[in-house]
Ligand binder design. Structure first.
Ligand SMILES: *[C@@H]1O[C@H](CO)[C@@H](O)[C@H](O)[C@H]1NC(C)=O
Ligand SMILES: *[C@@H]1O[C@H](CO)[C@@H](O)[C@H](O)[C@H]1NC(C)=O
Ligand SMILES: *[C@@H]1O[C@H](CO)[C@@H](O)[C@H](O)[C@H]1NC(C)=O
Ligand SMILES: *[C@@H]1O[C@H](CO)[C@@H](O)[C@H](O)[C@H]1NC(C)=O
Ligand SMILES: *[C@@H]1O[C@H](CO)[C@@H](O)[C@H](O)[C@H]1NC(C)=O
Ligand SMILES: *[C@@H]1O[C@H](CO)[C@@H](O)[C@H](O)[C@H]1NC(C)=O
Ligand SMILES: *[C@@H]1O[C@H](CO)[C@@H](O)[C@H](O)[C@H]1NC(C)=O
Ligand SMILES: *[C@@H]1O[C@H](CO)[C@@H](O)[C@H](O)[C@H]1NC(C)=O
Length: 903
């Protein structure tokens, strides 16, 4: 049946198409480098021939040629992107930005000697930059940002004495910063960010007296910050974040009154801020010293910088108190000082919040993980109308949550986790209609959960765990239509689980109601949670049968119902949940046989049915914890003689436990999890699993986890973003390796791509789809939007790498036939699911071998939904006609990769 599955055939077509495509590419690029010789009839004719050569260097013009106007028979002055001087005799400007050009920049560029502006940004050019570019001595503007240019910087660039703007942001240039740059005395903007530059900043940069902007962010530049930079009297923007700078900041830098932007985040800098810091930098608007080792106190003068917009020095070693004067900063937008050692004491220890009520543009306060003590002032409700994120977790904040917090109508994130807050949750929180994350966990809150929280229709994450909350789960919780994760565990909640509070079609991460005193039956509606990965309702008083509707939880991987009062038989439908990896039903009153489909499921890594009343025959070789079920027996030992059963069941459970242990050892990740607690107890490891994937992850965490987005962690790069491998601690208990896709914010359409991918991944769950763990929507060190998606990491790379022989089995062999078939079937299944199994059909629109990823066991998963389309309503039309017609007919939605640029 599997072999005749239609998707397989299509898949093989994809295979061949992709392979052919890359073959053509290489043929094309090798033939295209022959340069045309030209007879110089006139200057314009010579420029024309140079342009024609240039075009021959670009090699993806087969499907859609943005340079189709460039033909021999017309004047180059009329060509796309070309501008001539007034008499139409010379080409003076070339703007080919954003045309999707691949290939390389032809050395004939050096013959366009009248060029004053060359703009090639936002293409896919690979390098290197030809040294002939140094002949363009009239050039003022050179922008080649956002390409894939490799290799060295052409040192001859020093001949370009008129250059004012040099922007090579986001390429793959591996080079030291050439000393020769310091001869470009007219240079105003030098942007070399997001490359692989190393070495140090040459002190002679102090000669670049026209320089206004120096951006070296996200490279590997090291050494000290040269004090000579302080000679640059026009310098407004100094941005060197995410490098390896060490030492202290030269004191003269703190005297550069021209500075508007000072961004030194994520280096290895130390030292203290001078007392008069704020008085000598009157123009500073953007200040970011995050992730360094700065120490000492916050200078009081910082609050004299009355124009400042952004103050960020989180993740340093600052101590002392928050100085007074924050009320002097009316333009402040972000105050981000988390993860330091800043103290405050007494009930007024948080009075800085009152001072910030003067800042009418404030959107962001993060003071989390410090040593702040005090009571949240009522005045918090007077923060700006646009205030949207409040991080105060991990301090020593006590007292009640003031009801005035309900005035912050723009709030999207409220994190007060890990404090000493008492009292009841103010019902006014229900007025925060924009709220997406509510974290009040690990406090001492008591009383009932206000039903007004049901107004928070945009809530994604709610964590009220580890408090002393009592009463029922409000029925109004059924209004959380956007919920992804809910944790109410470790409280004293009573009553039944309301069926309304299970109607979460979007809930895809975790539902944790464990360790409460919930009673009654588990409603049938549990089966509505069709996307949820983990359910934990252990340690409650829930009774009755396990509803067979549980099979509706199609995406379930971990189900923990231990230590309740469940009775009746285990529904056989449980065995139909294909992705189930861990099932813990221990310490209940379940009876009857173990369903066969559960016993024999290889996918289940942990099955704990101990301490119930199960009976019947256990299949030999099955693996499960079965202790404390006196009526179970192995077939070879099974007789009707009940008097011997006790001894037998001991033998059975011992052998079963030992074989389970052995298997656990084989399963690396599980071992890793289990080892963290001293005993290998099944319920503790499921607990830990459930606790994972809980919090939205911050930019800082992603940056640290990928070692500054380092090359070693780079998994791949596409037009919409870059994928890194990274280690993330998604909460304090557990960390792991994830694939992190960083969306390329500079390219148009990225937001759409991000939203699409989120939406697609949120809406679909399938074992052959790469799983979205969480997402990051934040602001990077330079104040720009940052969007990241955290997905599961698949260790065996992409299918493309296997096809091209970049990956091989240990014995050097490639994919064998069975593996190819299996991959075909996996991909076929997932396409079948995408088109028919989801609520909303989805066309992937970008299926190609590089988006098919292989797990450790060589099973295939489909990833990269950046171009996916949810085929609902009119949106179906947005997919190009080829795909949508295919998809709507229920066949494979496949667009050859080349169409991508046209989308
Ligand atoms: C450019 O095209 C316009 C018409 O589109 C034509 O009138 C003009 O002569 C052309 N210029 C040159 C230099 O060919
Ligand atoms: C263009 O430049 C090359 C060297 O880069 C030179 O050999 C050639 O003669 C030049 N062609 C014209 C037409 O100027
Ligand atoms: C270079 O191009 C990029 C991308 O379009 C743009 O964001 C940037 O501002 C340009 N650089 C300069 C210095 O104008
Ligand atoms: C550029 O370098 C080449 C050799 O690498 C040299 O022949 C040429 O004179 C240099 N041009 C300039 C403008 O420095
Ligand atoms: C440039 O700077 C260096 C070192 O800072 C200095 O020795 C040299 O004289 C300067 N050159 C010019 C032309 O100013
Ligand atoms: C802040 O500025 C005022 C006037 O400009 C000055 O008198 C005061 O000393 C400054 N405060 C600090 C802490 O530098
Ligand atoms: C919950 O309340 C009990 C007393 O009712 C108290 O002993 C316990 O410490 C409280 N737990 C928390 C986390 O505040
Ligand atoms: C929840 O939604 C229902 C309608 O779906 C509405 O009647 C009710 O007032 C809402 N509850 C709250 C607390 O918002």
């Amino acid at each position: 049946m599997a072999i005749s599955h239609p998707p397989l055939i299509h898949f093989i077509c994809i295979f061949i198409l992709a392979f052919e495509g890359s073959l053509f590419d290489s043929v094309r690029s090798s033939s295209s480098s022959s340069s045309s010789s030209s007879s110089s009839i006139s200057n314009l004719e010579s420029d024309k021939q140079s342009l024609i050569s240039l075009k021959s260097g670009f090699n993806n013009l087969n499907l859609y040629d943005p340079l189709s106007t460039w033909d021999q028979n017309s004047s180059p002055c009329n060509w796309t992107g070309v501008s001539c001087n007034e008499d139409g005799e010379r080409v003076v400007e070339l703007d080919l930005s954003g045309l999707g050009l691949a290939g390389f920049l032809h050395m004939q560029i050096g013959n366009l000697s009248f060029l004053t502006s060359l703009q090639l940004q936002n293409n896919q050019l690979t390098g290197p930059i030809p040294i002939q570019i140094g002949n363009l001595f009239r050039l003022k503007v050179l922008n080649m940002s956002f390409n894939y240019i490799r290799g060295d910087l052409p040192f001859n660039i020093s001949g370009m004495t008129q250059l004012e703007i040099l922007d090579l942001t986001s390429n793959r240039i591996t080079s030291q910063i050439p000393q020769e740059f310091s001869q470009l005395t007219k240079l105003k903007v030098l942007n070399l960010g997001q490359n692989h530059l190393y070495g140090t900043i040459p002190p002679s940069f102090g000669n670049l007296t026209s320089l206004v902007t120096l951006n070296l962010g996200t490279n590997s530049v090291s050494g000290f910050i040269p004090s000579e930079l302080s000679r640059l009297q026009n310098l407004k923007n100094l941005m060197i974040s995410i490098n390896n700078f060490s030492g202290t900041v030269p004191s003269t830098i703190y005297n550069m009154s021209s500075l508007v932007t000072l961004i030194l985040a994520a280096n290895r800098l130390h030292g203290t801020l001078p007392k008069d810091f704020g008085d000598n930098l009157p123009n500073l608007l953007f200040f970011n010293f995050c992730f360094n080792r700065f120490s000492g106190t916050i200078p009081e003068s910082m609050h004299n910088m009355t124009q400042i917009r952004i103050i960020r020095f989180a993740h340093n070693l600052f101590e002392g108190t928050i100085p007074p004067g924050l009320e002097n900063l009316p333009h402040l937008q972000m105050y981000y000082i988390g993860h330091n050692k800043i103290v405050s004491s007494g009930p007024n220890g948080l009075s800085f919040i009152s001072s910030l009520t003067n800042s009418s543009r404030l959107t962001f306060i993060a003071v989390d993980e410090n040593k702040l003590e005090g009571v949240i002032p009522e005045s918090i409700g007077n923060l700006s109308k646009v205030f949207s994120r409040l991080y105060m977790g991990g301090n020593r904040i006590y007292g009640n949550i003031p009801s005035s917090i309900g005035n912050l109508r723009s709030l999207t994130l409220l994190n007060l986790n890990k404090n000493l807050l008492t009292g009841e949750i103010p019902p006014q929180i229900g007025q925060l209609e924009q709220l997406q994350l509510l974290g009040l966990a690990k406090n001492r809150l008591f009383g009932r959960i206000p039903s007004s929280l049901g107004n928070l229709r945009k809530l994604n994450h709610v964590d009220l765990s580890e408090n002393n909350l009592t009463g029922n789960i409000p029925i109004s919780f059924g209004n959380f239509t956007n919920l992804l994760a809910m944790d109410l565990s470790n409280n004293k909640l009573t009553g039944g689980i309301p069926k309304e509070a299970l109607n979460y079609p979007s809930l895809s991460m975790v539902l944790n109601l464990s360790s409460n005193m919930l009673s009654g039956n588990l409603p049938q509606e549990i089966g509505l949670l069709e996307k949820v990965e983990k359910i934990d309702i252990s340690e409650n008083l829930i009774s009755g049968n396990i509803p067979s509707s549980i099979v509706g939880c199609k995406s379930l991987e971990v189900l923990t119902m231990a230590k309740n009062e469940f009775s009746g038989e285990i529904p056989s439908t449980l065995g139909e949940i294909m992705g189930l990896r861990a099932l813990d039903l221990s310490s209940n009153k379940l009876s009857g046989p173990i369903p066969n489909n559960l016993q024999n499921r290889a996918a289940i890594q942990l099955l704990n049915l101990s301490f119930n009343n199960l009976e019947g025959v256990v299949s030999e070789g099955g693996r499960a914890y079965l202790e404390g079920n006196p009526n179970l027996c192995l077939p070879s030992l099974c007789q009707n003689n009940k008097s011997h059963n006790k001894r037998r069941i001991k033998i059975i459970s011992l052998t079963v436990v030992f074989s389970t242990l052995a298997l656990c050892f084989a399963l690396g990740t599980w071992l890793h999890l289990a080892k963290r607690k001293s005993k290998l107890s099944p319920s503790s490891s499921t607990d830990e699993l459930i606790k994972r994937h809980h919090e939205m992850v911050s930019y800082e965490e992603i940056r640290t986890g990928t070692a500054n987005f380092s090359e070693e962690n780079l998994l791949g790069k596409g037009s919409f973003g870059t994928v890194y491998k990274g280690y993330l601690n998604l909460n304090e208990i557990d960390g792991g390796v994830y694939a992190i896709k960083v969306l390329n914010i500079e390219r148009s359409g990225y937001i759409k791509s991000f939203l699409r991918e989120c939406e697609a991944l949120r809406n679909v769950r399938h074992r052959n789809l790469v799983k979205l763990v969480t997402s990051c929507s934040s602001i990077d060190y330079e104040g720009r939007d940052f969007r990241g998606l955290v997905c599961e990491f698949l260790s065996n790379g992409s299918l493309e790498e296997w096809i091209h022989g970049k990956r091989k089995h240990l014995d050097g062999s490639g994919l064998d036939l069975v593996e190819r078939l299996n991959i075909g079937i996996d991909v076929g299944c997932v396409l079948e699911y995408l088109h028919h199994g989801c609520q909303v059909p989805i066309a992937h629109c970008d299926l190609k071998p590089s988006n098919i990823l292989l797990a450790e066991d060589m099973s295939a998963k489909v990833g990269d939904f950046g171009l996916a389309k949810l085929l609902m309503g009119n949106e179906a039309d947005q997919c190009s006609s080829i795909t949508s017609s295919y998809v709507l007919k229920g066949s494979i939605g496949y667009i050859p990769p080349d169409y991508k640029s046209g989308l």
